[in-house]
Design a protein around this ligand. Structure first.
Ligand code: GCU
Length: 683
C-alpha cells in the first residue's frame, strides 16, 4: 500500500508514454566523477530513481571512457575537460549547480556539475525532479545558486521522544538507541532534505534542557552528524543559557563571568572533538521563562557574543532568537522584540545571526511581517518560519503554507525604498558585507509512517526547503512540483489539486481568524477556538487581550491612539495599515479596533463581514471535500482515504470555529447572523 513514506521521492514509473519513450532514448547511464561518499550517494540516487521511473536498468560507472548520457562530476573532473563547465562554475559558489546539455566528442551528454560534491548532489536531485515532473531535457541550461546560505530545520525535540508542537507522532531522533543504531529513517530524512537543499538541522527544542551538551548525548549527536554529513547537512544544537550551572557545577551563568566564558569555550571545544563541522547554537533566552543574560542584568549582545566567541575558532555560528516578550513589561507584545533588539543593532559579533519569526506575535494563521525586518541593517537576520501547523489546524487540516511564506517574503519593508522586501533583507541584498544569510523552519516531522501526519503537510516541508533555496519561486510552482512528484502528473489532477492547495490557507484564515483576528485559539494546546478565555495568569496569553471585543467593536488598536506598534514600521510600509478607512482589510483587526457598524469594501458592515467570512470559510471546506472526491481516479486508495477522512474532520472543525467565534462575538455585537447565511447549527 502507498503509505506516504517515500515523500516526494516516490520515483513511480512514468505514465505518459510519449515522455517515457523520449527519456528512455535520452538516458542510458551515468558516469560519476569520483567515488567519495557523496558521489556514491549521487550514483545510487540517480540509478535508483531513473531505473524506477524509466523502467529500465541504468548503469553507473567511474570509467572515463564511458559514453553514458549523464555525467555527474565536480568542475575539476577530467571528465569535463574542454567543456564550458568551468566558466559557468565561476558563478555558482560552493553549493550552486549546473545542468547542461553538451556535445562531447560528437555525443550528446547531460552534465550535472558544481564546485563541490554537495553541489553535484543538489544538481542530481534537481535532475531527478525534472524527470519526475516530466520536463523536457533535450537542451538543458540550468544554473541554480541558493539565495541564502543557511537553509535549516529546527526540530523541537525534547530528548524524551516528544516534540513540542509536533503533530506527527514521536520524534525521529531515538536518543535511546543512538549512537549504536542508525535508523534507516535518518538516511531517508537526509535524502529528503538534500533533495530540497536543506543544509542544516537543529536537533533539539529551543526549550530543551542542557543534557544534550553532556558527553553521552554528544556521542549520539556525533552519530547523527556522521550520518547526515555525506548529504551536506550540518548539525546544530540549542544551548540552554544556564547550562554552566546545570551541568557545569558553576554558581552562575553570567556571560561576563570569566569562569562561565571559559566553561563555554571548553564545552564547545569538546563538541568539535565529536563533530568537527558542528554548525553552532540556537538560543532562546529570556523568553517564556527561559534563562538568559538578562537574569544577570546583561544584554542579549553580552549573551550572544560570549557564545559567538566560543564557536568562532571553529567557524561556528550563533542564532540568537528575537522571540522575546514578557507580561511584566505591560507593553503590547507586538512591540517587545523590536524594542529590545533594535538598540542592539551593530553590537553583535560577526558570527551571530538574530533569528526572527515571520511575524511579531507567534506564527499566526495570518500576520503582518515582523517589524524587525529592515530595522537592523547592521545585523544579519535569519527568518524563522513554522512548518509545523501549530496555529493552523495541526495535523488534521489541509493547509498549504506556501502562500503564507511568500506573503511574508514579498512584504515590502521600504527600508531602502520601494521593493525592499523581507526576502531581500534576508538574502543580504542591502548589505554586501553580510556573510551570513538564512531561512529556517520549525519542522513538522515525526515518526508517523508518512513523516508529517497529514499527507499534505509534506508539502510544507517541501515548500520551506524550496523557498529557502530560491525565495523567488512562486507558491503555485512549488505546489505543482510537489503534486507531480507526490501524486501524479495528470493535468486533470494537477489543475484541481493545485487549486485546492493554493486556496487552503486563505480558507483556514477565513473560518478561524478572518480580517486580522489573531491568537483566539484554545490556550495551551493551541487547537480550535477559545476567544472567550480571559482567566490565565499571564494576561498576554489570554485571547481577549488580542481581539478586545466590546459593545462598540472588535480588534486591537495598534495605531498612535493605541499601542502604536505601527510606529515600528517604516512610514511607507505602515501606510497600508494606519488609516482604518483604507487599511488592507485582511489585517484590519490586527491594527484597529473597528466598530461593528463599520462599512467594509464589500458594502457589508463589519459584523456581517465577519459572519460572511466564517460562513464562506466553512463552506469552502465542503468545496475542498468535493474537489478531493473527484480526484479519486488519480490517487492510490490509502492516501485518498486518509485525506478524505481528514477533510471530514476539517469540515467539523471549521464549523466549530465558525459557531464558537460567532456565537461568542455576538454577545458583544448584539446583532443577528444575517438571514441569508444558514444559522449556526446546535451540534
Ligand atoms: C510558541 C510555542 C511554544 C514555543 C515558542 C517558541 O509560543 O507555542 O511552544 O516554545 O513559540 O518559539 O519559543
Amino acid at each position: 500500500a502507498e503509505t506516504g513514506y517515500d515523500l516526494w521521492l516516490r520515483y513511480q514509473p512514468l505514465q505518459n508514454q510519449t515522455v517515457l519513450t523520449t527519456y528512455r532514448q535520452q538516458i542510458s547511464g551515468i558516469t560519476l566523477g569520483g567515488n567519495a561518499e557523496t558521489m556514491k550517494i549521487i550514483g545510487e540516487e540517480l540509478q535508483h530513481g531513473l531505473s524506477a521511473m524509466l523502467q529500465k536498468k541504468i548503469t553507473v560507472t567511474n570509467k572515463s571512457s564511458s559514453t553514458a548520457s549523464l555525467i555527474a562530476a565536480t568542475g575539476i573532473s577530467p571528465l569535463l575537460a574542454g567543456t564550458e563547465v568551468k566558466k559557468l562554475l565561476a558563478q555558482t559558489g560552493e553549493e550552486g549547480f549546473i545542468i547542461l546539455s553538451q556535445n562531447i566528442n560528437g555525443q550528446k551528454r547531460i552534465i550535472i556539475s558544481g564546485n563541490t560534491d554537495k553541489a553535484v548532489l543538489y544538481g542530481a536531485f534537481h535532475f531527478l525532479r525534472l524527470i519526475q515532473t516530466e520536463q523536457a531535457i533535450h537542451n538543458l541550461q540550468v544554473v541554480s545558486v541558493p539565495k541564502v546560505k543557511l537553509r535549516m530545520l529546527n526540530h523541537w525535540d525534547n530528548m524524551n521522544r516528544t516534540v513540542e508542537r509536533g503533530y506527527a507522532g514521536f520524534s525521529l531522533w531515538n536518543w535511546h538507541t543512538l549512537p549504536g543504531y542508525i535508523d534507516p529513517r535518518y538516511i531517508d530524512y537526509a535524502r529528503a532534505n538534500a533533495s530540497i537543499g536543506i543544509n542544516g538541522t537543529v536537533l533539539t527544542n529551543v526549550n530543551a534542557n542542557a543534557t544534550i551538551l553532556t558527553k553521552n548525548y554528544l556521542e549520539k549527536v556525533k552519530a547523527l552528524a556522521d550520518a547526515f554529513r555525506p548529504y551536506g547537512i550540518k548539525v546544530y544544537l540549542t544551548a540552554r543559557f544556564s547550562a554552566p550551572i546545570e551541568i557545569g557545577g558553576l554558581k552562575t551563568a553570567d556571560p561576563l563571568d570569566e569562569k562561565v566564558r571559559q566553561w563555554w569555550k571548553d564545552k564547545v571545544k569538546e563538541i568539535y572533538q565529536y563533530v568537527p563541522d558542528f554548525g553552532g547554537f540556537v538560543v532562546k533566552a529570556n523568553s517564556e521563562g527561559q534563562p538568559g543574560p538578562q537574569d544577570y542584568k546583561r544584554s542579549h549582545t553580552d549573551g550572544a557574543n560570549m557564545l559567538a566567541e566560543a564557536v568562532a575558532p571553529f567557524n561556528g555560528i550563533i542564532m540568537w532568537r528575537a522571540f522575546v516578550y514578557s507580561a511584566e513589561k505591560n507593553v503590547d507584545r507586538h512591540k517587545q522584540a523590536y524594542d529590545e533588539f533594535v538598540p542592539l543593532d551593530g553590537s553583535f559579533n560577526k558570527n551571530v545571526m538574530v533569528q526572527v519569526k515571520n511575524g511579531a506575535i507567534d506564527f499566526m494563521p495570518r500576520e503582518p511581517f515582523h517589524p524587525l525586518f529592515g530595522a537592523m541593517p547592521k545585523t544579519p537576520l535569519m527568518m524563522e518560519f513554522q512548518v509545523t501547523q501549530e496555529y493552523l489546524g495541526q495535523a488534521t487540516n489541509l493547509v498549504y503554507l506556501g502562500p503564507l511564506f511568500k506573503e511574508c517574503l514579498e512584504a515590502d519593508t521600504y527600508t531602502n525604498g520601494k521593493g525592499s522586501t523581507v526576502a531581500k533583507v534576508l538574502d543580504g541584498s542591502f548589505n554586501k558585507a553580510q556573510t551570513l544569510t538564512g531561512i529556517t523552519g520549525v519542522a513538522n516531522i515525526g515518526n508517523d509512517i508518512n513523516w508529517c501526519g497529514h499527507p499534505f503537510a509534506q508539502a510544507n516541508w517541501y515548500a520551506m526547503g524550496r523557498l529557502a533555496w530560491d525565495h523567488s519561486l512562486s507558491a503555485e510552482r512549488i505546489a505543482e512540483e510537489w503534486l507531480r512528484m507526490t501524486y501524479s502528473n495528470h493535468p486533470a489532477f494537477l489543475q484541481t489539486a493545485s487549486k485546492l492547495m493554493m486556496e487552503s490557507r486563505e480558507t483556514y484564515v477565513q473560518y478561524s481568524n478572518p480580517i486580522g483576528l489573531h491568537h483566539i485559539m484554545g490556550t495551551g494546546h493551541h487547537y480550535g477556538p477559545a476567544p472567550w478565555v480571559s482567566n490565565l495568569n499571564r494576561p498576554d496569553w489570554n485571547p481577549v487581550y488580542y481581539h478586545k471585543a466590546d459593545s462598540i467593536g472588535i480588534g486591537f488598536n495598534r495605531t498612535a491612539t493605541g499601542s502604536n506598534a505601527l510606529e515600528q514600521y517604516h512610514p511607507e510600509a505602515r501606510k497600508i495599515w494606519e488609516n482604518m478607512n483604507t487599511c488592507e482589510e485582511k489585517n484590519l483587526l490586527w491594527f484597529h479596533h473597528v466598530p461593528w457598524t463599520f462599512k467594509m469594501k464589500s458594502g457589508r458592515n463589519l459584523w456581517d463581514e465577519l459572519c460572511f467570512n466564517y460562513y464562506t470559510g466553512a463552506e469552502k471546506v465542503k468545496t475542498m471535500q468535493q474537489a478531493w472526491a473527484g480526484l479519486e481516479p488519480y490517487v492510490d486508495k490509502q492516501r485518498h482515504d486518509q485525506v478524505r477522512m481528514l477533510l471530514n474532520v476539517q469540515y467539523d472543525e471549521a464549523i466549530w470555529w465558525r459557531n464558537a467565534c460567532l456565537l461568542y462575538f455576538q454577545t458583544f455585537s448584539k446583532k443577528p447572523i444575517p438571514a441569508n447565511y444558514p444559522q449556526p447549527d446546535k451540534t
